[in-house]
Design a protein around this ligand. Structure first.
Ligand code: NAD
Ligand code: WQD
Length: 337
C-alpha cells in the first residue's frame, strides 16, 4: 500500500485516521508540533496495531524541517490535518491563526510541489458555510466566513482551487467535516482538549467525570423542536474512514473534489444530553444560558455527494458516539497526561 504523510497526526482526528490507515495496510509518517496534542496518542496507536509510526515533531512554519522529512521518504499522498481550530481564540489572535493555518499550508504545498507529491486530502470544515440559510447543507450552498478560523479554511479552499486550475496534475479532496465526536471503540484513544473544552461532547464527558459542575446550554430559544441548537455529530472513526476512501478515490479518479463528511442527521443539544445519559448511566446537570455569539440554530449535512464520489457513508449512530466518548473519558479521566 501507499506511504501517507499525515500532518497533525497526533491530534484528535489525525490520530484516529492514522489508526485506520494502519489497520488498512497503509504505511504512515506523522508530523506535528504538539501545540495541541500529545505524542502519547501514537503510543496508543502502537498498542492497538503493533506498529510504531515514524514521528517528526516539526512545525508547518519551518519549511526546512518539512523539506528534510520529504527528503527521507517517498510519499504517495498527504493528509493535512495540522492547524489551529478554536473559533474564540481565532477572534482574539487572528494574525496567529492566519499565519499558522495559511502560511503553514502554503509551506506544505510548496514542499509537496518541490517533491512532486501531488495527492492531498485537506481538513476543511462546515464552518465554510457560515450561517447556513437552509438545511440540510449541500456543497453548492453559499460559502462565507464568520470568524478568522473559518476564513483560514475558506482561504485554503480557494488556494487549492487556484493551484488545481494552474496545474491539473494535482489531485485533491477537500473534506468538510461537520461535528466530530466519539473515540476509537477500544477506549484508549480520544479527544483530549487543552483546558476547558469549547465543544459540546468533551464538555459533557467532563461534567460526567466530575471535572466540571454542569453543562451550560447556549440558548433555548432557537426555532428548533426543543429550542436548543441542532448539529450533525459524526463519529470520529467514520470520519477517519472517509479519509481512506478519499485517498482511494483520488487514485482511481484524479481531480479536485469537495464534499461534506456528516451523517445527515441533526440532533439538538438536549438530544445529545439524553443520549449521553442513556449511554453512560450518568446524569448531566445543565443550565440554560444566553445564545453563544456566532452560533447557527441548525446545521447538518446533505451527505449524498460523499456517498456518490467516495462510496462513503457514516455508519455509527449517536448512541455509539456517546458510548465511545464516555469509554475514553472514564478510562482516561485526565486524557493522555
Ligand atoms: P487537533 O487540534 O486535535 O489536531 C490538529 C493538530 O495540528 C494538533 O495536534 C496540533 O498540535 C497540530 N498543529 C497545529 N498547528 C501546527 C503547525 N503549525 N505545525 C504542526 N502541527 C500543528 O484538532 P482536530 O480536531 O484533530 O482537527 C484536525 C483538523 O480538522 C484541523 O485542521 C481542524 O481545523 C479540522 N476540523 C476539525 C473539526 C473539529 O470539530 N474537531 C471540525 C472541522 C474541521
Ligand atoms: C455544538 C452545539 C452549541 C458547548 C464547532 C466549530 C466548527 C467546527 C465544529 C471546526 C451548539 C452547543 C456547545 C457548550 C452548548 N469545528 N454548546 N454548550 O459550534 O457547532 O462547531 O466545531 O471546524 O467550525 O464552530 O460545535 O460542539 O461547540 O457546539 O450548549 O458548552 O452545542 O451552542 O449548538 P459548533 P460545538
Amino acid at each position: 500500500m501507499s506511504k501517507v504523510f499525515v500532518t497533525g497526526g497526533t491530534g484528535y482526528i489525525g490520530s484516529h485516521t492514522v489508526l485506520e490507515l494502519l489497520r488498512n495496510g497503509h504505511e504512515v509518517v506523522v508530523m506535528d508540533n504538539l501545540s495541541n496534542s500529545s505524542a502519547e496518542s501514537l503510543n496508543r496507536v502502537k498498542a492497538l496495531t503493533g506498529i510504531s509510526v515514524p514521528f517528526y515533531q516539526a512545525d508547518l512554519l519551518d519549511k526546512e524541517a518539512m523539506s528534510a522529512i520529504f527528503a527521507e521518504h517517498t510519499f504517495e499522498s498527504v493528509v493535512h490535518f495540522a492547524g489551529l481550530k478554536a473559533v474564540g481564540e481565532s477572534v482574539e489572535k487572528p494574525l496567529w491563526y492566519y499565519k499558522n493555518n495559511i502560511t503553514g499550508t502554503l509551506n506544505l504545498l510548496e514542499v509537496m510541489q518541490e517533491n512532486r507529491v501531488k495527492n492531498l486530502v485537506f481538513s476543511s470544515s462546515c464552518t465554510v458555510y457560515g450561517e447556513p440559510d437552509k438545511v440540510p447543507i449541500s456543497e453548492d450552498a453559499p460559502l462565507s466566513a464568520v470568524n478568522p478560523y473559518g476564513q483560514t479554511k475558506l482561504t485554503i479552499e480557494y488556494i487549492l482551487r487556484d493551484l488545481f486550475q494552474a496545474d491539473q496534475d494535482w489531485n485533491m479532496a477537500i473534506l468538510r467535516y461537520f461535528n466530530p465526536v466519539g473515540a476509537d471503540q477500544s477506549g484508549t484513544m480520544g479527544e483530549d482538549p487543552n483546558g476547558i473544552p469549547n465543544n459540546l461532547m468533551p464538555y459533557v464527558t467532563q461534567v460526567a467525570v466530575g471535572h466540571l459542575p454542569y453543562l451550560r446550554v447556549f440558548g433555548n430559544d432557537y426555532p428548533t423542536q426543543d429550542g436548543t441548537g441542532i448539529r450533525d455529530y459524526i463519529h470520529v472513526t467514520d470520519l477517519a474512514l472517509g479519509h481512506l476512501k478519499a485517498i482511494e478515490t483520488l487514485r482511481l479518479s484524479p481531480g479536485l473534489i469537495r464534499c461534506n463528511l456528516g451523517t445527515g442527521n441533526g440532533y439538538s443539544v438536549l438530544d445529545v444530553v439524553k443520549a449521553f445519559e442513556t449511554a453512560s448511566g450518568v446524569a448531566i446537570p445543565y443550565q440554560f444560558m444566553p445564545r453563544r455569539a456566532g452560533d447557527a440554530a441548525a446545521a447538518y449535512a446533505d451527505p449524498t455527494l460523499a456517498e456518490t464520489l467516495l462510496g462513503w457513508r457514516a455508519e455509527r449512530d449517536l448512541e455509539q458516539m456517546c458510548k465511545d466518548s464516555w469509554k475514553w473519558q472514564v478510562n482516561n479521566p485526565n486524557g493522555y497526561s
